[in-house]
Design a binder for this molecule. Structure first.
Ligand code: ATP
Ligand code: MG
Ligand code: ZN
Ligand code: MG
Length: 471
C-alpha cells in the first residue's frame, strides 16, 4: 500500500460506529478507520490537521500501551496513523456515502485532515483462496458485564438489574430502536454455557449495534435498521448452513435450522471461552457467576442444570470483564473525584500535563492507574487515578470482540482436491480454527464524565418510572 498512490477504487465501505467510518481494501487485509464529526460542522472542521493527527496517535498509544497490557496483547492490534492524500479522501467519502445507513448520517466523515488509522482487517484475517470456504467473523459489542457493588450507588435497582437491560427501555422509549433486545451481558459474561447460548440467541434475534456477522470480509448480518432488507434470519441461515454440514449431514444435507443455529452458537461460545487462540484455560474464575445475575434477564435461574463453570482466566471475556471492573466506585462515587480534579485544574491549569489528563498514554499513565491506593487520601493524584481507571473501564465497556472462524476441514484436501470425508464423519462438531481480537479501544475524554452521570440518572429514573422492573 503506497500512501502517495492511493486509489479510491481499491477501497470499499466496510462499516461505521458513532465515532468513525471504516473502509476496507478490496485485496489486501487492511482497513482505514477515519474520524467522523457532526454534520452541522461539515463546513468548518472542529479540529486542525495537527489535532486530528494527535487524536489518532493517542488512540494508537492508548491501545498499545494501556489497553493491551490490561486485556492481553494477544487480542490487540493497535495499527498506525497514516496521512492520506486529500483528493483520495474526498473521492472516498463521495463513493461510500450512498452505502451508509441513514441512521448514522447525522455525522460526516472527516475529509479535511487526511489522517486515518490503518489496521489489519480482522474480518478477513487470511487472504483466502476463492476455492476455499471464506472465514466467518462474528463481532459482539458485549457492553458492561457486572452489577455495581459500590457503596456510593444510591438506587437499589442498579444492584439488581444491569445497565444494558435498563438502557433498553430508555432507548426504545426515545425511538433509538424499535424493539427491546433481550440480550443480557451478565449472561454472556457468566461463563455458563447455557446462559451464554441463550443470550447469544437474543443477540441474533435483535442485533441492534451489538452483533454483526461477516463472511469473507463482507457484512452479511447486522441491525435490521441497516442498509439491507436481505439481512433476515432466513438469509443468515442460508449463509451459515454450508459451514455446519458435517458427518452424515454433509452427505444427505438434512439439518434443521435450529440445529444449524445451535452448532453456530456452540462454536462461538467455545471461541469466547478459549484463550488467545489455543486451548481453553485451566484456571477459572468460579466466583463469577454467583456474583452476577440480572433480574431482568429472561434466562430463568431454575434452568441452570450445571453448576457455575466460571470464565477461564485467559479468555477474552475474563480479560474484558476484569478491565471493566476497574470502575469500582460507580459513576456516582466517581463524579465527586472528577469534580476534585476539575476544580484543581481550574486553579492550576498547567497541572493538566503532569496529571496526564489528555495523555500521553504511556507506561507512566498505566502505572498511575495500576498503583492507585485503595483508600482516598484526599489528594488530587488519587482522584485523577480513579478518573483514569474509570475511563479505561468505559473503553472496555464499549469495545467489540471479533471472533474469526476458519473452517479447518479445508486442509484435508488432497492433490486432486478430493475431500477426505472420513474426517468429517468422525467428528461431532465441525472443526474451525479461530482467532479472537478486541477492537475499538479509543480513550474516552475526561470531559465525558458529567454526561455519564446525567445519562445514568436518566436511565435509572426512566426504568423505575416505567415499571420496567417487571420483565
Ligand atoms: P462505536 O460507536 O462502537 O464507538 P466506533 O465509531 O468507535 O464505534 P469502530 O467500532 O472502531 O468505530 O468501527 C466501526 C466498525 O467497523 C466496527 O464495528 C467493525 O464492524 C468495523 N471495524 C473496525 N475496525 C475493524 C478492523 N480492524 N477490521 C475489520 N473491521 C473493523
Ligand atoms: Mg465500535
Ligand atoms: Zn441484564
Ligand atoms: Mg468507539
Amino acid at each position: 500500500m503506497e500512501l502517495d498512490k492511493m486509489d479510491e477504487n481499491e477501497w470499499k465501505y466496510h462499516g461505521e460506529g458513532n465515532k468513525s467510518l471504516v473502509v476496507s481494501h478490496v485485496q489486501l487485509s487492511r482497513v482505514l478507520r477515519l474520524l467522523k464529526y457532526p454534520a452541522e460542522d461539515s463546513e468548518n472542521p472542529p479540529q486542525t490537521v495537527e489535532q486530528a493527527f494527535r487524536q489518532i496517535q493517542n488512540i494508537v498509544d492508548f491501545s498499545s500501551n494501556v489497553m493491551s497490557s490490561l486485556l492481553g496483547d494477544n487480542f490487540i492490534h493497535s495499527g498506525e496513523v497514516v496521512k492520506l492524500p486529500l483528493e483520495f479522501v474526498r473521492q472516498l467519502s463521495i463513493k461510500v456515502q450512498h452505502q451508509r445507513p441513514a441512521w448514522r448520517c447525522d455525522k460526516v466523515m472527516d475529509i479535511y485532515s487526511g489522517c486515518a488509522l490503518c489496521l489489519p482487517n480482522l474480518t478477513s484475517p487470511i487472504l483466502h483462496q476463492p476455492t476455499h470456504t471464506p472465514p466467518l467473523c462474528i463481532e459482539i459489542k458485549p457492553k458492561c458485564g457486572f452489577l455495581p457493588s459500590s457503596k456510593h450507588v444510591s438506587r437499589d435497582i442498579k444492584t439488581k438489574v444491569c445497565r444494558f437491560c435498563m438502557h433498553q427501555h430508555y432507548k426504545v422509549a426515545n425511538g433509538k430502536w424499535k424493539r427491546r433486545s433481550l440480550y443480557c451481558p451478565l449472561d454472556l459474561f457468566s461463563g455458563n454455557r447455557q446462559r451464554m447460548h441463550f443470550t447469544i440467541r437474543h443477540l441474533i434475534e435483535e442485533p441492534q449495534n451489538n452483533f454483526k456477522i461477516f463472511k469473507g470480509g463482507q457484512c452479511i448480518y447486522s441491525s435490521k435498521e441497516g442498509i439491507d432488507d436481505s439481512m433476515d434470519l432466513s438469509s443468515l441461515l442460508h449463509h451459515l448452513r454450508p459451514y455446519f454440514l458435517y458427518g452424515n449431514n454433509r452427505i444427505n444435507c438434512h439439518m434443521s435450522s435450529k440445529a444449524v443455529f445451535n452448532d453456530f452458537i456452540q462454536v462461538l461460545v467455545n471461541a469466547l471461552l478459549s484463550g488467545g487462540g489455543g486451548d481453553g484455560g485451566v484456571v477459572t474464575d468460579r466466583r463469577g457467576e454467583g456474583r452476577s445475575f440480572c433480574e431482568a434477564s429472561h434466562f430463568s435461574k431454575e434452568r441452570i442444570r450445571h453448576g457455575s463453570q466460571g470464565l477461564p482466566s485467559d479468555s477474552v471475556l475474563f480479560r474484558t470483564l476484569q478491565t471493566q471492573m476497574l470502575d469500582t466506585l460507580d459513576i456516582e462515587g466517581l463524579h465527586p473525584l472528577y469534580r476534585r480534579v476539575e476544580q484543581h485544574l481550574q486553579e492550576f491549569p498547567k497541572e493538566r500535563t503532569r496529571l496526564q489528563i489528555d495523555g500521553p498514554y504511556n507506561e507512566a499513565f498505566l502505572e498511575k492507574l495500576q498503583k492507585c491506593p485503595n483508600e482516598d487520601d484526599g489528594s488530587v493524584e488519587y482522584a485523577a487515578a480513579k478518573v483514569h481507571q474509570y475511563r479505561v473501564s468505559m473503553t472496555a465497556k464499549d469495545c467489540s470482540i471479533m471472533v474469526a472462524l476458519v473452517p479447518s476441514g479445508e486442509e484435508e484436501e488432497d492433490d486432486e482436491g478430493q475431500t477426505h470425508l472420513r474426517d468429517f464423519i468422525s467428528s461431532r462438531t465441525p472443526a474451525f480454527s479461530y482467532s479472537v481480537s478486541i477492537l475499538d479501544l479509543d480513550p474516552k475524554p475526561f470531559e465525558s464524565i458529567p454526561r455519564q452521570l446525567r445519562l445514568d440518572q436518566k436511565i435509572v429514573s426512566y426504568y423505575l418510572k416505567s415499571g420496567g422492573s417487571l420483565p
